[in-house]
Structure formats: structure tokens, C-alpha cells
Design a protein around this ligand. Structure first.
Ligand code: DX5
Ligand code: ZN
Length: 231
């Protein structure tokens, strides 16, 4: 299982240095959490395309950047994120009216598309899109902020997606990446890897005041190698 950092717990005055630290630690995928002050229940604003453009310019083309859009109007504004240089747009199934059309439009620009679902949204809402998607993201917290507790009840959802993706691959279809986001730490990393997750978003577990990113990443990698989850 791979890991991608969410930067929500970073000191934004030191964002460049923090990103450099993440890249030096060996991370090559950055997860950018966009909130518009409207869609998430706590009405938070994070950042938008201008900051993403700065991140792209700083990190160059070798780093993969996704934007996780927790916004009301992704269908109107997705092009701004494409123009800002993302490799993948991840939009919420709950926030988009015509998802197949959104996929077609984003794909026509050459950018990849992910679909994300909230902890209480059924997998059946996303399954029909599976043949066209590049990634499925299962939220393991209610979106809105970093540092929340992991919701273990998403296990069945993850396993259902894993099974469907594997079946689709066997029948010659696309193999969307299976991602999870929220509350992932070294103590539960091995458990979610065992569920079949390809890549985990880790925010406060990687970027915190306790230890450098390289140390925190190493703890996660050690946990993955040992296969042990503590709770
Ligand atoms: C939640 C965001 C996240 C999250 C990850 O709204 O999508 O990516 O902040 O942070 P941690 O790992 O701290 O839960
Ligand atoms: Zn996210």
C-alpha cells in the first residue's frame, strides 16, 4: 500500500518546505483537500486553484497531484483545477448531478478522474461509474477537517469495491485505484492494506509537530511490513 500526504495540518506559511520534506521522504503523490466554505458540514475554507498552481510549479511534473474537491460546484469549476496543473480531479458523488458527463469532460482534457463517497453513502451509488473511473476514494471520516477518528465501519465498503475492481480487471476493463482518506495512522495502516486499499491519504499522521515526515512515514512502513495493527 502506498501513502499520499494531505497537507491540511501543515503550517501554510511553511508549505513549500513541508512539501519538499515529503518529497525527500520518498512520497511522490500529493493530495490537495479543497473546501469552499459551503459543502462540508463545518463550512471550512481551505485553498483553491492558485495554491495548487504554486505547488505544481514548486514540485515540477514528476510528482502526481490530485485535488479532492469538497465543494458545491465541481461541475462548474473543475477546469480551474485542471488549469492549475492537477493530474487527477476527485469529485464527490453526493455533490455532482451528472457524474458520467463530468468524467467525459475531465477525460477530454487528458486529466484523470476519481469519485469519492462519504461514510454513509452506499457503494451502489458509485458502482455504475466503475468502468470509467481512474480512482475510487472511500472516506473513512466525515469530510471537513484533518485529525478526526477513523471509522472502521467502512470495511465492508472497501472490500466490496476491491472485489468489483478485481472482477473488472479480470474481464479486461480498467483497474481504478482504491484509495481511503481520513484517520489513517501507523496503528491502522496494516489493517486497511489487508482490506485491499492501494493508497492511503494520511494527514495528521504524517504532518504533525511530534516528528518529521520521514520518521512518521517510516513508522507506517514498518507497520505495513510487520502486518500488525494495534487497534
Ligand atoms: C478530510 C480530508 C482529509 C483529511 C486527512 O476532510 O479529506 O484528506 O484531512 O487528514 P487525517 O489523516 O488527519 O484524517
Ligand atoms: Zn481528502
Amino acid at each position: 500500500m502506498e501513502v499520499t500526504p494531505s497537507i491540511l495540518t501543515a503550517d501554510f506559511c511553511k508549505l513549500g518546505e513541508t512539501l519538499d520534506e515529503a518529497i525527500e521522504a520518498g512520497l511522490n503523490w500529493i493530495h490537495m483537500d479543497v473546501m469552499d466554505g459551503n459543502w462540508v458540514i463545518n463550512k471550512t475554507i481551505t485553498f483553491g486553484p492558485a495554491i495548487i498552481r504554486s505547488v505544481r510549479d514548486r514540485l515540477g511534473e514528476d510528482v502526481f497531484i490530485d485535488c479532492h474537491l469538497m465543494i458545491s460546484n465541481a461541475e462548474e469549476t473543475w477546469i480551474q483545477y485542471v488549469d492549475a496543473g492537477v493530474d487527477m480531479v476527485i469529485a464527490h458523488i453526493e455533490a455532482v448531478q451528472d457524474f458520467p458527463e463530468l468524467i467525459r469532460r475531465i477525460h477530454s482534457t487528458g486529466v484523470q478522474v476519481g469519485c469519492v463517497l462519504n461514510p454513509d453513502t452506499p457503494v451502489s451509488d458509485v458502482m455504475p461509474l466503475l468502468p470509467e473511473l481512474d480512482l475510487v476514494l472511500v472516506m473513512s471520516v466525515v469530510p471537513g477537517k484533518g485529525g478526526q477518528s477513523f471509522m472502521p465501519q467502512v470495511e465492508n465498503k472497501v472490500r466490496e469495491f476491491r472485489k468489483a475492481i478485481d472482477e473488472q480487471e479480470k474481464s479486461g476493463g480498467k483497474t481504478p485505484i482504491l484509495m481511503i482518506d481520513g484517520g489513517i495512522k501507523h496503528h491502522n495502516a496494516a489493517m486497511i492494506a489487508d482490506w485491499g486499499i492501494d493508497i492511503a491519504v494520511v494527514g495528521s499522521g504524517l504532518i504533525n509537530d511530534n516528528a518529521p515526515i520521514s520518521h512518521n512515514l517510516n513508522e507506517i512502513q514498518k507497520a505495513l511490513e510487520s502486518g500488525q495493527s494495534t487497534h
